[in-house]
Design a protein around this ligand. Structure first.
Ligand SMILES: Cc1cc2nc3c(=O)[nH]c(=O)nc-3n(C[C@H](O)[C@H](O)[C@H](O)COP(=O)(O)O)c2cc1C
Length: 360
């Protein structure tokens, strides 16, 4: 494939699938990574990931039938992204375990021929049961510790005689929901996450031997430039997952003011918040966060997004907050972001960003 630039990075092999560039664009919900962004990343030879969380928010009838609209939108966006990719790269989906319709989202993605399902925000214990081994869709858990990985792989081996096709390791600098306690995040400088990555690689080797195949490891969270990619590779990773940097691209599916808020953000604007999902998250401090600090924002309507949510008790409705933001209300919506958002200084194209990362 002629991209107009050279890459000194090794391609990413996942079983019989190959992405020329070992760069996965992380799934971003609600609506931040859909077909436009994921398709553009794949067209460059990378892996584009569509987030299925409330993906149908702008489909007709969403106010009444979220589940139906989300299923329809999963199909629509996978097909569109595959069209944009034009046979290059890979197209996958990110499905959060915490979602109420997790199983339906997985089934729809498999039926649409997604290349992979990346699943976190909980432990995806039942994923192998929902994705037959013979289908084209590969499966990947997102973990933030060796302990979580060991639990998942042990259970998958025992219950399904299966293992992961790839593993995404998300560190404490990532955006969105985080697999760390607030306490750990407050002292993240003291966490030796490089050591955790090495332990994770040791752990997966046991399963590579057991199942007689390679399980690529992908590092996510705070990967900003080629230096960070090279560091991940030196630790033994096979690729990286990057999200925040892809927000500031023309192809990103969010409103232009969302992208501009990323460009304007400074390091001190980033804050750890508590999410109704039950995990901490990283977001931009804006009027919305200040309002939540003052008190609960009563939930006027339930969008049936989370498996475990009590609308009468949660501090705010996460679906409403994320939809408001992606549509452009950057002050009154919830703006997830990675720890390095303050370093983003312009809106670029996916082609330019991939070139920067690939050429180094
Ligand atoms: C705006 C935004 C939304 C995100 N939404 C999701 C999501 O729906 N599911 C998920 O597993 N991860 C989500 N993430 C995490 C990313 O997929 C990714 O792993 C992480 O942000 C990587 O760190 P980086 O942003 O520093 O590159 C989100 C991140 C951002 C910035």
């Amino acid at each position: 494939m002629d991209r107009g630039y050279n890459s000194s990075l090794k391609s990413l092999k996942i079983g019989d699938k190959v992405a020329e560039l070992p760069i996965i664009q992380g799934g971003m919900g609600v609506g931040v990574s859909r077909s436009s962004l994921a398709g553009a990343v794949a067209a460059e030879g990378g892996v584009g990931i569509i987030s299925t969380a409330q993906i149908g928010f702008d489909e007709e009838g969403f106010e009444k039938d979220q589940a139906g609209c989300n299923r329809r939108a999963i199909r629509k966006h996978i097909c569109k992204a595959q069209e944009i990719a034009g046979g290059n790269g890979l197209i996958g989906v990110n499905i959060m375990v915490a979602l109420k319709h997790y199983k339906e989202h997985v089934q729809e993605a498999v039926a649409c021929g997604a290349d992979m399902i990346i699943s976190g925000a909980g432990l995806p214990m039942e994923l192998p049961e929902l994705v037959p081994e013979f289908c084209r869709t590969r499966i990947a858990p997102i973990v933030s510790s060796k302990r979580a990985l060991h639990l998942i792989l042990k259970m998958w081996a025992h219950r399904y005689n299966r293992t992961a096709d790839l593993i995404v390791v998300e560190g404490p600098e990532a955006g969105g929901h985080l697999g760390f306690s607030r306490e750990q995040l407050a002292h993240r400088g003291e966490l030796d996450f490089d050591q955790e990555i090495c332990d994770i690689i040791t752990c997966k080797k046991e399963y590579e031997e057991k199942f007689g195949r390679e399980i690529p490891v992908i590092i996510a969270g705070g990967i900003f430039d080629r230096k960070d990619i090279d560091h991940a590779m030196l630790l033994g990773a096979d690729g990286v997952q990057i999200a925040s940097r892809f927000v500031a691209t023309r192809e990103c599916d969010a409103d232009e003011s969302y992208k501009q808020a990323y460009v304007n953000a400074k390091e001190e604007d980033v804050q750890i918040i508590q999410s109704p999902v039950g995990m901490p998250g990283r977001a931009l401090r804006n009027s919305f966060i200040k309002a939540v600090e003052k008190g609960r924002i009563p939930v006027k309507k339930c969008y049936n997004c989370l498996e475990k949510c009590n609308p009468g008790q949660v501090p705010y409705c996460i679906t409403k907050a994320l939809i408001d933001a992606v549509k452009g209300d950057v002050e009154n919506g919830l703006m997830f972001c990675g720890a390095n958002v303050g370093r983003i200084d312009k809106i670029t194209t996916v082609h330019e960003l991939m070139r920067e990362l690939a050429e180094g």
